[in-house]
Design a protein around this ligand. Structure first.
Ligand code: GLV
Ligand code: MG
Length: 349
């Protein structure tokens, strides 16, 4: 075990000090783009204007013969643009791939001061984070980077899920975790070929009618991802970092995408990936607390005075715990309102 007194010392001489806490920044959607695609690269500034996080993807979905173009494209975009309050992230290739080292080296060296977060795929345990942590410190020191680059890990292997608590607390740089349902399904040998969402075969069925064995029995699809999202949220919050739902692959099924995002929001996630502009709007809608809930929460907080004791409001019991629930809603709303004037007006701040 590392001496806790050393935990916040830089891991390399000359590297910036690791952060003591991860401040919340709106990140309702992490919008993925392919930096090797000149059309997408050209659209990056206009997309950034609508997004909380823009992420240049270097990993899966980028063909092997496009890896260098993607990396160089990302560096060029980062150099040429200032995306204002839209954060700039990248997803590098996996630690065992032939591209990881060059991804890290080139990005930190050339645009280390512009990148907020590096997303690391297929993280299996705290050892993966320790390695990235030390490497980042060495690269930051060499490149003279002033602000520590944060690490976001994708939870997409069975071993990663088994180690999720240790991964979340493996470094002060840890910013958050995303659920990667496609790789995770493969790793677990789940029998779904979908990227996120439900499955018609995963269901519960109503009991048979005792008077009519042939009568139709209602079924309801269940949520394949409930356990993992809930576990990920606990691991993240326990370690002062943020949880995200990952990709929803069926771009045309905007209804199911919204449901999947909302389930994640209700369970404690702060955002989700968007793979297409249509999903940006869905994430914005879902991960901004509903206006009626915010107004209700403000009312509860106001009526509860110092926050202790109990009162009835519209027939509903309120006490110390419900005030805390309401504060979660209002604090998030307040932070989003700072960024978005329409929300500010709607939430009546
Ligand atoms: C994302 O990377 C996934 O595998 O779902
Ligand atoms: Mg994946």
């Amino acid at each position: 075990m590392r001496n806790p007194k050393d935990f916040f010392k830089p891991m390399a001489i000359g590297a910036p000090e690791p952060p003591r806490e991860i401040p919340f920044r709106p990140s309702r959607m992490i919008h993925f783009f392919d930096p090797s695609n000149p059309k997408m690269a050209a659209k990056a500034p206009s997309i950034a204007a609508k997004c909380d996080v823009l992420l240049g993807n270097l990993e899966d979905a980028i063909a092997a013969d496009k890896k260098t173009e993607a990396r160089e494209g990302f560096v060029k975009i980062a150099k040429e643009n200032d995306f204002g309050d839209c954060q700039l992230w990248t997803r590098v290739n996996s630690l065992d791939s032939p591209w990881f080292l060059d991804d890290m080296w080139q990005i930190v060296q050339e645009v280390g001061d512009k990148v907020d977060v590096i997303m690391v795929p297929k993280v299996e345990g705290p050892w993966d984070i320790h390695y990235v942590d030390r490497l980042l410190a060495q690269l930051e020191a060499r490149a003279g980077v002033k602000k520590p680059i944060l690490i976001h890990a994708i939870l997409e292997t069975a071993l990663g899920v088994a180690n999720v608590e240790e991964i979340s607390g493996a470094s002060p740089r840890m910013q958050g975790l995303s659920l990667g349902p496609a790789d995770l399904a493969a790793s677990r040998r789940m029998k779904t070929t979908r990227v996120g969402g439900g499955h018609p075969g995963y269901l519960v069925r109503q009991d048979p009618n005792p008077d009519d064995a042939e009568a139709p029995r209602a079924t309801a699809q269940q949520d394949l991802w409930h356990y993992t999202i809930a576990r990920m949220v606990d691991a993240c919050v326990a370690n002062g970092i943020f949880a995200y739902y990952g990709p929803f692959g069926d771009i045309r099924d905007v209804v199911a995408c919204e449901d999947q995002f909302r389930n994640a929001f209700l369970l404690g996630c702060v955002g989700a990936w968007s793979l297409h502009p249509v999903q940006i709007d869905i994430a914005k809608k879902v991960f901004s607390p509903p206006v009626d809930e915010v107004l209700w929460a403000k009312k509860v907080i106001a009526e509860m005075g110092d926050g202790t004791g109990a009162v009835m409001i519209d027939g509903k019991m309120q006490d110390d715990a419900t005030v805390k629930q309401c504060k979660v809603m209002v604090e998030l709303a307040r932070m989003l309102a700072e960024k978005d004037s329409d929300l500010k007006a709607a939430y009546q701040f």
